[in-house]
Design a protein around this ligand. Structure first.
Ligand SMILES: Cc1cc2nc3c(=O)[nH]c(=O)nc-3n(C[C@H](O)[C@H](O)[C@H](O)COP(=O)(O)O)c2cc1C
Length: 152
């Protein structure tokens, strides 16, 4: 079974997890990026995204230079943005049909995962997911993460 890690990360929490999985399991990895970068001003992004909450926004992504057809399993990483997946991840799911692949999600957040899981399920079936809480840039459940990676 060939596995690809696909993730988006704004402040690197999700990226650290994605890279840890890639390093330990030797899976291929794909970072999703918006065509137009978000501001580096964290509070500005938080406020602008709050104003767009529940709009199920789709943004344009930088081209993906990976043939998804080669992969049987996708490990999908997203931060939670206003109780759901980040728009970059929604845009990836909306633009790419993952039917027939196993999808496993890892969801980083500050403790309020909201309706992220159900929202991902609107686009693809997911086999399982892990909820990874961070306090700033510090992961709260490091041991669960390690156990989860080992179980993949
Ligand atoms: C725009 C925005 C909205 C956020 N909304 C939530 C939220 O609804 N619930 C939550 O627990 N954390 C929220 N956070 C915190 C992030 O989910 C958390 O810090 C995450 O680990 C960041 O991942 P990243 O470093 O890969 O971008 C939000 C952060 C941003 C920037």
């Amino acid at each position: 079974m060939k596995t690809l890690i696909v993730y988006y990360s704004y402040t690197n929490n999700t990226e650290k997890v994605a890279k840890k999985i890639a390093e330990l399991k030797k899976y291929d990895i794909l970072k999703l990026e918006p065509l137009v970068d978000y501001s580096t001003d964290y509070q500005k992004v938080v406020d602008e995204e709050e104003a767009k909450m529940d709009s199920e926004e789709i943004v344009e992504l930088k081209p993906i230079n990976v043939d998804l057809n080669q992969y049987d399993r996708i490990i999908l990483g997203t931060p939670v943005w206003w109780y759901t997946m980040a728009p970059v991840v929604r845009s990836f799911l909306s633009g790419n049909n993952l039917n027939g692949k196993k999808v496993i999600a890892f969801i980083t957040n500050g403790g309020w995962i909201g309706h992220t899981v159900n929202d991902i399920k609107k686009y693809c079936e997911i086999e399982s997911y892990i909820n990874l809480k961070f306090n700033g840039d510090k992961i709260q459940n490091e041991k669960s993460l390690s156990d989860w990676i080992n179980s993949l």
